[in-house]
Write a protein that binds this ligand. Structure first.
Ligand SMILES: Cc1cc2nc3c(=O)[nH]c(=O)nc-3n(C[C@H](O)[C@H](O)[C@H](O)COP(=O)(O)OP(=O)(O)OC[C@H]3O[C@@H](n4cnc5c(N)ncnc54)[C@H](O)[C@@H]3O)c2cc1C
Length: 382
């Protein structure tokens, strides 16, 4: 049972719904500017996707609409985030190899790399031989890869908790064990947040509750085509240091990296998760482990015999076009949307928080271009 830390405080300048990395980071940026912030979290801080992901901080293979956020973070925020937050976020920038074993894979990777390099990202295609020079453990099956030397990874738990603690230090208030049920308008503006603990009030409301966000914003007539998706992460036994790069595949059927203490963190799906009886938030390891492991061994034969010691499942907010919504809702003044991250929101979270702070305080995001992530992109065009 989540612990409900009751408070008398039921109003603030800004109410944030959801205490994941997005909510905690936004709360930090706003509270630092002197804004009073109240974060409402249904379970515990960092109990959703933010505490369950694989920590990839990737720019490559992203939709170009998201790239300004990804590139800004890698250039301006991630390198000094440990100092900024006062925790070790374990940020490591050693590159990302996205691997292809077929001509179709290489075609897909080349197109992604070409689109990203057009907007200034240093990403290029390498041959199988060049990929093996970067990471010698790969099988001869790897025909080529995209290579982005400035990609990397970080620890999602210390990052999220770091943002949370920093937000607390600037006076943000977090209430856990409270469920936001819907929103209400007062004089045409979103002001009320209806919860299982009564009505809370704020001048502005930020909804960043992952896949649950859709139902919450539906209550004021806003809709974003998002649905829940499940993915799993496995941890191997500790192994001697092998390589620092993050690995992925053209089909994104697995991804991962070796952590500082030697275990590999590997994520992926079986493809069967929609059809298993225990779909509701429970791991499907009976299906996923064998399929993931078979796939990995095809790329990395030396993984045969390595033990998996732990696994978990996570749920994320999958959007129909694969990129988030980061926007003020014009039809519901006072409401800001930040969800639909589609399984890759951790890496961009530090930049997203800057965009959110500006959207909430100034009405638009000046520092980072998020114009491709508006919610009305789904509106009927005729
Ligand atoms: C297995 C897996 C692997 C991933 N790997 C990567 C990766 O390598 N790199 C990457 O960039 N991203 C990755 N992601 C995606 C990343 O984890 C998410 O995009 C990111 O954590 C989103 O943060 P968030 O704060 O929006 O969501 P969450 O962390 O899910 O936070 C939302 C919060 O809202 C709360 N909530 C829900 N409903 C309500 C309500 N009604 N009232 C109040 N609170 C509510 C939830 O309890 C939750 O704590 C992965 C995700 C998964 C599941």
């Amino acid at each position: 049972m989540p612990y409900h830390n009751h408070t008398e405080k039921k109003s603030a300048d800004v109410i944030v719904i959801g205490g994941g990395v997005i909510g905690c980071a936004a709360a930090y940026r706003l509270a630092k500017e002197g804004v009073s912030v109240l974060v409402l979290e249904k379970n515990e801080i960092c109990s959703g996707a933010s505490g369950r992901n694989a920590g990839g901080v990737r720019q490559s293979a992203r939709d170009v609409r998201e790239l300004p956020l990804a590139m800004y973070g890698v250039k301006h925020i991630w390198p000094a985030l440990s100092e900024e937050l006062g925790v070790d976020v374990e940020y490591t920038r050693a590159g990302n190899l996205r691997l292809g074993r077929t001509a179709a894979h290489l075609e897909k990777l080349s197109e992604l790399a070409e689109n990203s390099s057009k907007v200034g990202l240093d990403v290029r295609m390498v041959t199988g031989g060049e990929a093996r020079e970067i990471c010698p453990y790969m099988s001869a099956d790897v025909l080529g890869a995209s290579w982005c030397p400035t990609d990397g990874y970080a620890n999602p738990l210390t990052t999220t908790i770091g943002f949370y603690k920093k937000a607390l230090s600037y006076g943000a208030v977090f209430i856990t064990g409270i469920t936001a049920i819907g929103l209400g308008k007062v004089k045409g503006r979103v002001r009320n947040v209806y919860t299982d603990d009564g009505v809370y009030e704020a001048d502005r409301v930020l909804v960043c509750a992952g896949y649950a966000s859709r139902a919450i914003v539906n209550t004021v007539g806003i809709d974003v085509p998002v649905e829940r998706e499940d993915e799993e992460v496995f941890v191997t036994e500790q192994l001697p240091p092998m390589f620092d790069q993050v690995l992925g595949t053209a089909e994104a059927d697995f991804y991962g990296h070796q952590t500082k203490h030697g275990s590999f963190l590997l994520g992926g799906v079986s493809g069967l998760q929609h059809f298993t009886s225990n779909h509701d938030g429970h791991p499907t390891e009976a299906y996923t482990a064998p399929s993931l492991v078979r796939g990995i061994i095809r790329f990395f034969p030396s993984f045969a015999g390595v033990k998996i010691i732990r696994n978990w499942s996570g749920q994320f907010d999958s959007c129909v076009d694969g990129v988030p919504v980061i926007d003020n809702a014009a039809e519901a003044p006072g409401l800001t949307l930040a969800f639909a991250f589609t399984g890759h929101g951790f890496g961009i979270s530090p930049s997203v928080s800057i965009a959110l702070k500006e959207l909430i305080m100034d009405g638009n995001s000046k520092t980072i271009d998020v114009s491709g992530l508006k919610y009305d992109r789904f509106a009927a065009k005729q």
